[in-house]
Design a protein around this ligand. Structure first.
Ligand SMILES: C[S@@+](CC[C@H](N)C(=O)[O-])C[C@H]1O[C@@H](n2cnc3c(N)ncnc32)[C@H](O)[C@@H]1O
Length: 215
């Protein structure tokens, strides 16, 4: 699946694979929780088209301006300032999505439960979260002292089950590289450290593709 806005996003492959599993297409309604600058929201908007809708939710009010800028040409993207713990949308959605969010929230189970509750019966929850310490820079483990749950990815399938979700697929995937290229650029952006020619394995992203099944 080609997603123009994510062509340079090193984690685009797990996103494309997850979205392929869903059969997402024109007219879908989605929420991107912890949308940040809105890269994924815009990619979703390109897929759902003018008849669809993407709620880009973030607790940081500055993110709303960033999303508005990124999504200027996509009237179907609605940026909302809201915490994932308080997630409330005007309508049930077909897909609730998050990436690199749960590692930063106080109680990931609460946010995942709110995401599940925002989806229509038969709809989807996709979460993509890292196992930070499984990444390597020149063989040494990554650390992310600012994150509350840097290895939350390792718990993600269990959290999804506890949220009452039916897991359709789950896997881990890590971009890797050595020398100049998108992986080194991403690392420098993240850590302000240039790895030079050292080999880098970025933190694996655990994806859960899950469904809200009607009983
Ligand atoms: C690392 S960024 C991820 C951005 C985007 N999802 C991506 O994959 O490119 C994490 C975002 O989550 C937001 N965030 C942190 N805690 C949140 C919460 N409790 N509810 C909603 N958003 C939150 C932050 O403001 C930030 O924009």
């Amino acid at each position: 699946m080609e997603m123009r806005g994510l062509r340079d996003d090193v984690y685009r492959r797990p996103l494309a694979t997850a979205l392929d599993r869903l059969g997402i297409g024109p007219g879908w309604t989605c929420v991107d929780v912890g949308a940040g600058a809105g890269d994924v929201s815009v990619a979703l908007a390109e897929i759902v088209g003018r008849d669809g809708r993407v709620y880009a939710v973030d607790s940081d009010p500055e993110a709303r301006d960033e999303v508005a800028k990124a999504a200027a040409a996509h009237s179907q993207v609605l940026a909302i300032t809201q915490a994932g713990e308080d997630l409330r949308l005007p309508e049930p959605v077909d897909l609730a999505f998050c990436r690199f969010l749960l590692l930063h929230v106080v109680d990931p189970a609460v946010v995942l439960a709110r995401m599940a509750a925002s989806v229509r019966p038969g709809g989807w929850v996709v979460a993509q979260e890292p196992i930070t310490s499984a990444g390597r820079i020149n063989g040494q483990p990554f650390s992310m002292p600012d994150a509350l749950h840097p290895d939350i990815g390792a718990m993600l399938p269990a959290l999804a089950r506890q949220a009452g979700l039916f897991i359709v697929d789950t896997w881990a995937e890590a971009p890797a590289g050595a020398g100049p290229g998108p992986v080194a650029d991403y690392l420098t952006l993240l850590t302000e450290v240039d790895p030079g020619d050292d080999p880098v394995v970025l933190p694996p992203l655990v994806t859960v593709v899950a469904q809200v099944r009607a009983d």
